[in-house]
Design a protein around this ligand. Structure first.
Ligand SMILES: O=C(O)CCCC[C@@H]1SC[C@@H]2NC(=O)N[C@@H]21
Length: 249
């Protein structure tokens, strides 16, 4: 894909039925590009892909390094569910991402809620945003970045990249996996996807340190609730349920 500033090329995603792909060159962030499309009425299963981002965003307000050669995409989905269930799509996206990355080899694991680790280093991340209208869920934006051609050197965490494949192949595998897991979720809810997450997640009892805002919590992994929240067993024997937070490596 060549970089084309502000020019959209439309097509289908590697033969995945029902998906519309909007390919962009250099953009600030596919999140904003997708939000504009969603607010203009783009259908669910529209995916915005960029060759590079000049203002890529990660979770917790972090920047997401976005040079050419990696995957940067935001999928627009329009599930017919209450707004409170939108966060489940974070787990759906993580499992789909793990399915896709695993096709290219290596040891794939998940770190709650939606970091994908390849051979112990973070290879991909998910940023989820919801758009509500009149109190009802209108769209969910699932932003995904995957390191393919390069990976950032970070002071506080190990990183990795998918090797032996180009960004196009990874993108196509990702859209196909997202379609499969999204269908499963629409049909069955989170149950089967939660099991798939747990199969790649930490062992029950593994020590975890989590920041919830400025609060540092230490405990042991006690599983995932039916809605995707993390269960952390604290030293006093109580279980703390965590809907959002950041696990420290
Ligand atoms: O911090 C994380 O782990 C989430 C990273 C999400 C990065 C992707 S790249 C495509 C989309 N556009 C962005 O600006 N962010 C997401």
């Amino acid at each position: 894909m060549t970089a084309r500033r502000a020019t959209a090329v439309e097509g289908s995603a590697g033969g995945v039925d029902g998906w519309r792909v909007v390919e962009l060159g250099a953009v600030a962030s596919t999140m904003e590009a997708a939000r504009r499309l969603a607010e203009d009425g783009a259908a669910g299963r529209t995916v915005v892909r960029a060759a590079e981002q000049t203002g890529g965003r990660g979770r917790m307000g972090r920047p997401w390094s976005s040079p050419p050669g990696n995957v940067y995409m935001t999928a627009i989905l329009r599930p017919d569910v209450p707004t409170a269930r939108a966060a489940e799509l974070s787990i759906v996206a993580a499992v789909a991402l793990a399915d896709a990355v695993a096709q290219f080899g290596g040891d794939v694991a998940l770190k709650w809620p939606n970091d994908v680790l390849l051979n112990g280093g973070k290879v991909a991340g998910v940023l989820l945003e919801a758009i509500a209208e009149g109190g009802a869920l209108s769209a969910v934006l699932i932003g995904i970045g995957v390191n393919v051609a390069s990976r950032p050197e970070l002071p506080d965490r190990r990183t990795s990249r998918v090797e032996g494949a180009g960004a196009d192949a990874v993108f196509e595998a990702l859209v196909a996996a997202l379609e499969a897991r999204y269908r499963q979720w629409c049909r069955d809810g989170l149950a089967g996807i939660r099991s798939a997450w747990l199969a790649r997640g930490p062992a029950i009892g593994a020590p975890l340190t989590i920041y919830q805002g400025n609060e540092r919590l230490e405990g042991r992994f006690a599983g995932m609730e039916g809605d995707g929240t993390l269960a952390l067993a604290l030293a006093d024997g109580s279980i703390r349920r965590i809907a959002s937070g950041e696990i420290v490596e």
